[in-house]
Design a protein. Structure first.
Length: 260
């Protein structure tokens, strides 16, 4: 009987120990779950933040790509559109345009020859410029094809060049135009008119109209006169080259996808 009693006692102790172990294991299991959650919570926050940043980055990239594509389409459409000089108004600028034409009337007696390259679009623009000058009261305006002049092929640059004669200049170096030279008032008045339709704000091209004076510097002829071109006495020459299409695309945003 004694042996049986001891056996029951041992069994009871074993059961008690088993209960304790079960509790401890259960507690440790619960604790490990808490520790896992606590340890992974910052990681989940980081992952969520990174996912949101990636989402925003993707949205920005898509927006930039859409804007770049739109700018490219607009530039392509402009590149395919002939340059024109508007005699009436553009975007409600009639009063400004009338004031510019009024200023040009001051120089109505200026003899002017317009030379255009062999290009339909350039010829169209040259005729537009002539029409604008006639509207301003200029009555000595002629227009000719470069091929009928002594000007060599390729000498007339893209865009529009306003040419006046500076006379003889003595300089230590060969420069044209000479330093600190300013266009005459008549050229400034023409700039104001032509840049309304050909300048940066109108076309996106900052080099559409330039002043390129003819002169004799240190005994050397510079400009059209070096090729035997007869400059109008006390007048102007306007050369009309091809449309500076390439320049239109210089300032477009990059359409390439962003590198990660």
């Amino acid at each position: 009987m004694m042996s049986l009693s001891l056996s029951k006692s041992a069994l009871e102790r074993i059961a008690s120990v088993a209960e304790i172990l079960t509790f401890v294991l259960t507690f440790l299991g619960a604790l490990s779950g808490v520790v896992y959650i606590a340890a992974n919570r910052p990681l989940k926050r980081i992952e969520a933040r990174e996912a949101e940043e990636e989402k925003q980055k993707t949205a920005r990239a898509q927006k930039e790509a859409a804007e770049a594509q739109l700018a490219l389409r607009k530039a392509s459409a402009f590149a395919a559109t002939p340059r024109r000089i508007i005699l009436g108004s553009r975007n409600g600028d009639q009063e400004i345009r009338e004031a510019v034409f009024k200023e040009l009337e001051k120089y109505a007696g200026t003899p002017t020859v317009i030379v255009f390259v062999q290009d339909e679009e350039a010829e169209l623009l040259a005729n537009d410029i002539r029409s604008a000058l006639l509207k301003a009261g200029w009555n000595v305006v002629s227009i000719i094809n470069r091929a009928s002049t002594p000007i060599p092929l390729g000498f007339i640059n893209e865009g529009v060049q306003l040419r006046s004669f500076l006379g003889v200049k003595k300089l230590p170096v060969f420069l044209s135009p000479p330093p600190n030279s300013k266009p005459p008032a008549v050229v400034e008045a023409l700039f104001k008119l032509l840049n309304m339709d050909l300048g940066k704000d109108a076309t996106g091209s900052p080099f559409a109209v330039t002043w390129e004076p003819d002169s004799i510097i240190n005994g050397q002829a510079v400009g059209l006169i070096r090729y035997g071109f007869k400059f109008p006495e006390n007048g102007l020459a306007i050369t009309v080259g091809r449309k500076p299409t390439e320049q239109i695309f210089w300032f477009l945003p990059d359409t390439a996808p962003a590198q990660k």
